[in-house]
Structures are given as C-alpha cells and as structure tokens.
Design a protein around this ligand. Structure first.
Ligand SMILES: [Zn+2]
Length: 227
C-alpha cells in the first residue's frame, strides 16, 4: 500500500498542506519529507504523553512534551503520531494558523481540542467560524470497547451526545464524534468539519492499531503545514 496518504477535502484549496498517513508512510521523517517537500529540520513532532499541553512554535523547534502543536509560521510541518488515537488537523483560513492535535480518550477527556481552539482564539485572534478541521483515522465505535470510567471521563468533558453505545453488555465510544461535538461547542461550524471514516482496528493491513498489534505497533499520524 504505497499510496496511503489521505488529503482531507475540507483543507484542500487553501494555503496549507494537510494529510493523514497509513502504515506505509507512517511517521518516519524521510517519508514525511517526500510527501511534504519539507526537510526534517522543518518538522515538529512533540513528545506525546496524553496530556492537554499545547505547544506554539514560533522560532524554537526544541522538542517538548505536548499533545497539540500550533503555528502561524510558514513551511513548518506539524504532526502528531497515532495508532488508534485520533489525529486532528485544524486550519484558520483567515489567520493562516495550523494545528495538529493528538486526542486519545485521555486527551479528549482533558478537552485538548477545545483548549487548542481557545488558544487560537486568544493568541491568534481566531474566529472559530474560520477554522476548518479534519478528524483522521482511529479506532472507531465498531471496535473501541472501553470501561465505564472512560465513558464518564469523556462525557464530563463533552456533554451528552450519541458518541457512546452499549452492545452485548459492553461499552463502546466514538472519539471522532466526541471531538466533533467538542469543536461545535467551541463555536466551530459543523460544515467545516470532515471526519475520515476509517477504523484502524478494522484495517490492520493499512493502519497501525495499538489494540491489534500491542507493543509491535508503529505509528501513522496527521500532519499539516502552512504554505
Ligand atoms: Zn473498527
């Protein structure tokens, strides 16, 4: 599967390069360089720890702990690595600011997406109605069984919605829908949000899935650069 790049339509036609990868491209810097045309020293992948920390890149490219990255600088490829968690890409078409967010259940429960939109509003004067967003491949409601504690934690951050289900006595959660709901609650337009309907666990040939491969799993991700 050599062409495993997904370029979300919602972000096409703007001064931004945005894509999700599969297993083949993964999160290897030389592969990302081929796809983006940017060299490794123009890429920023944070040290992810399921936090709600957001890193703003201005001049300093020092690698820090965080699970969301924001920049208004041109030609810097921001990225988050995932293998079941949700990669989310945002672009403010008026302010020309991009963000990449890593939202697993912990990040979703910590409202990392909402906090990223808040940072865009405060630090970049973004109007949420100008923000376009793509939610990438992850483990979806078909496969993502969770404990009730996870449902409770995500619900506390997200409010009531149709992103939790129960089947055969098991709980399932859809983190794409939960993050979509958080974005709408942050003031974004639902028509500016694209969800990629692909489950990493259902497609182990195409995607790394932590639940499928355990410790063997590599990482794909979501990547975005302002041009
Ligand atoms: Zn699935």
């Amino acid at each position: 599967m050599q062409n495993d790049i997904i370029e979300p339509e919602i972000l096409s036609g703007h001064k931004v390069r945005a894509f999700f990868t599969g297993k083949y491209t993964g999160s290897d810097l030389s592969m990302l360089s081929k796809v983006s045309g940017l060299s490794g020293d123009r890429m920023y992948l944070p040290i992810q720890k399921h936090t709600d920390k957001i890193i703003t890149i201005i001049n300093n490219m020092e690698q820090l702990v965080g699970d969301a990255v924001v920049t208004g600088q041109k030609d810097i490829l921001l990225g988050v690595k995932t293998a079941d968690c949700v990669p989310i890409l945002l672009y403010d078409k008026k302010r020309h600011v991009a963000a990449a967010v890593h939202a697993g259940w912990r990040g979703t429960a910590a409202s990392i997406l909402k906090k990223t939109v808040d940072l865009l509003k405060i630090d970049f004067q973004s109007d949420p109605l100008d923000i376009l967003m793509a939610i990438g491949p992850c483990i979806r409601q078909c496969c993502y069984t969770v404990d009730i504690d996870v449902i409770d934690a995500v619900s506390a951050a997200t409010g009531d919605g149709d992103y939790c289900m129960q089947r055969d006595g098991k709980y399932y959660i859809d983190l794409q829908s939960a993050n979509r709901q958080q974005a709408i609650l942050s003031g974004m337009n639902k028509d500016h949000i694209q969800v990629i309907d692909e489950c990493t666990f259902c497609n182990p040939d195409k995607y790394f899935s932590y639940r499928f491969l355990k410790e063997e799993a590599g990482r794909q991700g979501g990547f975005i650069a302002v041009l």
